[in-house]
Design a protein. Sequence first.
Length: 255
Amino acid sequence: MSTEKTHARNRYAAPIGLVFILLCLIGLATVFMWCYNLTRDLADNTAQKTKFEQMLLPVVMFDPPDFSDPTTCDNEFLLQSSLWACMLGERRGSYEYDEYGRLIIPAADVDAQAASLFGPGVKLEHRTIGDMENAYQYDSEITSYHVPIIAMTGFATPRVEKITAKQESCELTVGYVPPTTVLSINYDSKGNLEESPSKYMLYELRKNGKEFYLYAVSTITSSNLPGTEFNAGGKVDGLLPADNQLQAGSPIESP
């Protein structure tokens, strides 16, 4: 009798063991897929942050005041940001130079960058901007700008801290990282360079087709975000060595 019970237990042991092994394999596969999807989402989020940082650099470097509609922004700010978007964009290597060594940027390209950066509702008023020495001269005869090869120093760079996606828009928490100098370099516990934003702004982006454009900027006053107000407005100087400078027409590195 005991022999029959032993055989019965043995007869059920193999199927139960197989089910147990299958459950273990399913559990391992689930954990693996969860880890894979988490890693992929983190990588995608990092890539998206980098893309937005590159997009917003020509805006952040001029530290615009709060606005709720780009069509109400100052025309000179829109021109400056759109011109620098051209100089930092993919077509920067195709622009020619005039007899004074200035870049010639077609107004059509500036309009295209303005529409891409601030939306299709923005209409630029093309005119000369800047001071006499470093003016961005508008030439109505060839509908182009003559841009001096200069360096812009002392400007903040954007760091996207958070992306909040919505149906047809998204909100970015953007930290303004101030220019680094020898006296302001900080390192973390691992010896890596640590740059803390001086203030945070909320950038609202809206969709135009598959791409986003900047629609609104507002100051973040929440007490749970560190930092103090910082005037990130850049200053245009002659092309001289500096701790933080960006040359017009030169390649841009990812922030």
